[in-house]
Design a protein around this ligand. Structure first.
Ligand code: UDX
Length: 481
């Protein structure tokens, strides 16, 4: 790695969605002659090595390297959503000081062979900006949640000042007034789940408060969206963070940029790109091949969300009662409590044998692109939402945490591409939602999806907004390095 080239350090939060986005951005920077180091936690790095071809894939870039850092937790810690705060504690005690050492006097410092010239960490890593300011190098945050969620974070100080957060009383249908641009449709229940807690001292609220203070101070913020999708939010967000790089949908921008990269000679980038932390079950694709066109409901709650046994059975019953074929991801560890296959009612087993398929993890982008898929029952994670928009698949949204509550409101009320069933746990509601998605509301949803997918496709073409914002990011990295 030459010391004369710009050297970016990418540092994702250790979760599937952000790691996936980071690796895609890393490749895009590598092909633009920027030296890149991805700093993963050791736990993430181990899983990537186990389940993906990242090592061979990245070996084609002489300007790339992986580094790993401890997350401060023992190897056998489950790192589940329920115990996520323990990870932040571990990071605070172990990762943060180790990161500072690396930057100030260690392998990334100005004294090293290849000093880092720009840091691009996850937007929740406020400590990274402290270090960047201490050593005097620029930092650009990478926000992998949706812009609408980021906007609710940035408005948190205002919501607190106005007395809207913490909530006064239990009514979740009260309209929210202090998130500009959303006054007509945002209710308390659509704010990120942690806004529902009744005190502000909990750890998550502290992290979000810090993010609201730190993100505007950075050189800029990279967001995974395209202008046309989020124009109504970006106009407000830019009052606080003027320098935004909107480079989404990142997964399609990535595919199109790599496919035209002459140095790589990639025929089919889709077939070789997996950043999955679990092993993908590809046999689901052969099962999909056997299903009628536009017939299957795909079900996944992403990489983090955890369901109770009861919630899982309600979803399963709802799907079976709808009479439609379904492909359901049951991620290892995604069910809280004692789940036993022997407790499964016979009717569910019998009907699932006829028209269901379970997998622990699937190649989701390929699944959503399959002609047999008619709808997506989703947790409304931001990557899943964008992937569904690109493939024009309408959604049934059952959000769990973080940005998912806000995303699902935008899906149903603003983009009009799906049904939001947040805060319910009922097989009858699920069955009805499936039927509405496929019959009653399908034409309206498809009309909106066609328009959004067209804008998404345009945004990544040579004159498109996301393509140009990526170029601007690359040029800025080179000039500020
Ligand atoms: C988390 C948060 O929950 C989410 O709200 C936030 O936007 C990002 O961090 P996660 O649960 O990982 O996200 O959901 P999502 O953002 O949708 O990302 C999941 C990724 O895993 C997607 O890219 C999806 O394609 C992939 N995936 C999911 C698979 O490849 N296979 C699967 O079986 C399920």
């Amino acid at each position: 790695m030459s010391t004369t080239t710009p050297h970016v350090l990418l540092f994702p939060i250790p979760m599937q969605g952000p790691v996936n986005c980071t690796l895609k951005l890393a490749e895009l920077l590598c092909i633009s002659n920027i030296s890149v180091t991805v700093l993963n936690t050791e736990h993430i790095q181990r899983n990537l090595l186990l389940h993906t071809n990242v090592v061979s894939r990245f070996s084609r870039y002489t300007n790339f390297r992986f580094e790993a850092i401890s997350d401060g937790l023992p190897e056998d810690h489950p790192r589940s959503a329920e115990r996520f705060m323990e990870m932040f504690e571990g990071m605070k005690n172990v990762t943060v000081p180790a990161f500072r050492d690396m930057m100030v006097s260690g392998c990334f410092s100005s004294k090293s062979e290849c000093p880092v010239t720009v840091i691009i960490p996850d937007a929740s890593f406020s400590f990274a900006l402290d270090v960047a300011e201490e050593i005097g190098i620029p930092l650009i945050y990478f926000e992998t949640v949706s812009p609408c969620a980021l906007w609710t974070y940035l408005c948190l100080p205002k919501l607190i000042e106005a007395g809207e957060v913490p909530f006064n009383g239990d009514d979740l249908d009260v309209p929210v007034k202090n998130v500009p641009g959303t006054e007509a449709f945002l209710r308390r229940r659509d704010l990120p789940d942690f806004y529902r807690r009744d005190n502000l001292t909990n750890h998550t609220m502290q992290i979000i408060m810090k993010e609201a203070q730190y993100v505007p101070r950075a050189h800029g913020v990279i967001i995974n969206t395209f202008e046309e999708l989020d124009a109504s939010i970006l106009v407000h967000l830019r009052n606080v963070c003027p320098n935004t790089y909107c480079i989404g949908p990142l997964h399609t921008l990535f595919k199109s940029r790599l496919s035209i990269e002459p140095k790589l000679e990639i025929q089919d980038p889709q077939s070789i790109v997996s950043n999955s932390l679990w092993e993908e079950n590809r046999t689901c694709l052969s099962w999909l091949d056997k299903q009628p066109p536009k017939s299957v409901i795909y079900v996944s709650v992403g990489s983090l969300a955890m369901m109770t046994v009861d919630q899982f059975f309600e979803i399963w019953h709802g799907l079976v009662n709808s009479g439609k074929p379904f492909l359901m991801v049951k991620r290892p560890g995604s069910i809280i409590g004692d789940y036993d296959d022997n407790q499964v009612p016979k009717v569910l087993m019998d009907e699932t044998k006829k028209r269901g398929f379970f997998a622990e993890w699937v190649p989701q982008e390929e699944v959503l692109a399959h002609s047999a898929i008619v709808g997506f029952f989703t947790h409304s994670g931001w990557n899943s939402t964008l992937e569904s928009i690109v493939e024009k698949v309408p959604m049934i949204c059952l959000p769990f945490y973080v940005d998912q509550q806000v995303n699902s409101r935008f899906v149903s009320e603003i983009w009009k591409i799906g049904i939001d069933i947040k805060d319910t746990n009922d097989r009858v509601i699920i069955e009805k939602a499936v039927n509405n998605l496929i019959n009653l509301k399908r034409n309206d949803f498809i009309k909106s999806l066609n328009a959004l997918a067209k804008s998404a496709a345009e945004s990544i073409t040579k004159d498109g907004s996301s393509f140009m914002d990526l170029n601007r990011l690359i040029n800025d990295i080179k000039s500020i390095s």
